[in-house]
Design a protein around this ligand. Sequence first.
Ligand SMILES: [Zn+2]
Ligand SMILES: [Zn+2]
Length: 270
Amino acid sequence: MLDYHIHTNMSDDSDTPYTAQAERAIRLGLKEICFTDHHDPDYTDPDFPFLLDFPKYHNMLEEAAERYYKDIIIKRGMELGIQSSCLDKCVDSARNYHYDFIIGSFHMVSGVPVDFKEFYEGKSSLEVQEEYYNYMLECVKEFKDYSVLGHINLVDRYQHLYMPGEPLNPPEVMEIIREVLKIVIYDGKGIEFNTSAFRYRTPVTLPTTEILKMYKELGGEIITLGSDAHTPEYIALNFREAADLIGTLGFRYVCSFTEMQPDFIKVEHL
Ligand SMILES: [Zn+2]
Ligand SMILES: [Zn+2]
């Protein structure tokens, strides 16, 4: 198994040192992990600026890889928050240092965090979903410096919280998602299966089976597995279920990344 979405205390929302994350992964027998700490240029929540200290971060990545090289492969990653207002900053952040893997995530839409109630107020659920995916669509048309899109349907988690019972991914919205996925595939990028949905008790998986099926039908093959663990107990949690689900849907591989290039690992070998 390999976990391609792990945070450390270099992220504003985690207090876990990299040693605790790496040692948990080794105890679980994982072959490989990728640290993907948050960098969200122009994030508007003053309590969580989500800006990496890049020299410090890359020292940590190097130190971690060297310290544990006999037991586990540790890749250099980042979870980059994409916003249309700061695409230049996103490009600079992705290119200023070497990465093996970059998760492109949408944590904000038009300057409002997707987990804030404010994003949902005064809108129908259809308006919320259309706004979120149209924003993503406009960004992926421009921005190409990522490996996979992170938790593509993150909006479902918070819509479920603020607008319980309202439909998630209605047909009109699936058509916008189709346009996003077509660009992702055309650009040689991928998506992640993010198992945090299991612990957040989100009513759907991230992505949903419908989105996964659509991605597969469109020819998408690049998919990574990520726990989004901010603490050690969540590393690789529910990965068996995740691998079984994507295998059932016809995906033959999950990917690892080196220098931003995917390697394909057979699902049955996980
Ligand atoms: Zn995220
Ligand atoms: Zn994350």
